[in-house]
Design a protein. Structure first.
Length: 131
């Protein structure tokens, strides 16, 4: 639900101290979707990214390095890690294509940015408390 509302296909997953654990995609969720709401509410994000290597790039990496990282891991997005391994962004195939086409580099208007996509929000309603 969070991804749908934000209009994104990838969400970075961070540990409590800010270290990148992995990237969850819409495809990951669809591939693991089974059972009803009760079963899904017990499944953790960690199970979706378990055992997967998450390559990353640095802010100063060149486009060929970014494209190579995507090809090597078979992913259509790679996280950008800055000083101390802090997540500073996420580059998608669309970003790479825009750069190749000479359309990259312009900042998106603030209205297009989703500032709330990293807040923790319940996806399924809470069960009513028993009296």
């Amino acid at each position: 639900e969070l991804m749908r509302r934000a209009g994104v296909h990838h969400l970075p997953v961070l540990a409590a101290h800010g270290r990148l654990l992995g990237i969850v995609t819409r495809e990951d969720i669809a591939a693991h979707w089974s059972g009803g709401p009760d079963e899904q509410s017990r499944r953790t994000v960690r199970t979706l990214i378990a055992g997967r290597r998450t390559p990353h790039v640095r802010p100063d990496d060149y486009l060929n390095t970014i494209a190579g990282a995507m090809l090597d891991c078979g992913s259509d997005a790679v996280p950008v890690l800055g000083e101390g391994g802090v997540l500073v962004g996420l580059i998608t195939v669309r970003d790479v294509l825009e750069a190749v086409a000479g359309r990259g580099g312009a900042a998106r208007p603030c209205a297009d940015q989703v500032s709330g996509m990293f807040r923790l929000e319940p996806v399924l309603p809470q069960a009513p408390a028993s009296a």
